[in-house]
Write a protein that binds this ligand. Sequence first.
Ligand SMILES: Cc1ncc(COP(=O)(O)O)c(C=O)c1O
Length: 372
Amino acid sequence: MFEHFTVPSELVPSDPRFGVGPSLIPVEFIRDLEKTHHRLLGTGHRKSEVRKLVNELQDGLRTYFKLPAGYEVVLGNGGATFLWDMIGLGLVEKSSLHFICGEFSEKWFKAHSLIPWIKTAEEKVENGQGINPYEKIGYDLICTTLNETSTGVMISDLPKLKNSETLMAIDATSGAGQIAINFNHSDIYYFSPQKVFASEGGFYVSIMSPKAIERALRIEKDMGRYIPECMKWSHAIENSRQNQTYNTPSISTIFYMNEQVKLMNKLGEEKVIELAKKKADLLYSWAEKKEYLSSFVKDVRFRSHTVATIDVDNKFRVDEIAQVLRSQNVAYDIESYRKLNRNQLRIALFHNVSFENLEKLTKIISKMIESI
Ligand SMILES: Cc1ncc(COP(=O)(O)O)c(C=O)c1O
């Protein structure tokens, strides 16, 4: 249908990477890494140069998120998927309650449900709907996803838990950096850095409250559970306190992330969030204006400021649009999450995806469809 469409040169974006993960890593970061020459890559990760880098990253995150006193930035290998098990094994005393609004929140729930000694429960909504977490008697860990990458749903409210024995856990993988929360309401806030933080996968950041740290260390010490060594919170916490990771990390991943944190700290969180909202408004108002488009998330409160999901009239196949744009190196990875099975665009609104390029992308897609 679209195979003869050529994108006008004045509309070609300066960067084709619109995917929600792995996301756009600025080429300048790659050049800057090269400039470190013999200093970082291929050197000992427990030596001062790398530890300085890790320390700078931890401090940068503390500044960006304005973390309350006593909160620690814990780092390690494995990414968010690894943490689902690490949290289930090491942070749930008896029971976890999961708020599910898509594929990733569901996977987290399933990971905990496979652990024989914990009780799990779910509060689930249809894909495209949002749900804010709340407390329920009988659960010691509340699990919520800041931004459901599969559906483009974000939470709009994070309550303060009343029961001091209950912890709030937040998978912030695709929202961290652009969707603000009150950290006083959070006990473990974690993410992989290949989204807003413009790095590579296989790594995690976990921001832990004193209560979460206390619980993790107590479960290991007192509950007599078998926890694999590589999943022990005590190792992750102790190593992070020394600006290290329990096992060898990818140094380039830490480097890119640190560059991104520095970049975002130049503006500060409020400004970054303001820019993200502007991009979200651009995409959702485009969807409203065109009769062949509609926002997948109907309730505006839950429409993501990092991942826009827009349904397209079935007459115009998104996979064909995406293929034509990819083949012309104009836009990559704009298709919907595969398991949703929808004729849908899913587009990153991450910090490095510029407003101007998003505007061009919307114009290109409109032109393509309207040329039929
Ligand atoms: C919300 C969310 N949670 C968890 C994950 C899994 O992250 P990773 O692949 O780094 O383990 C993703 C990946 O896209 C995600 O979007």
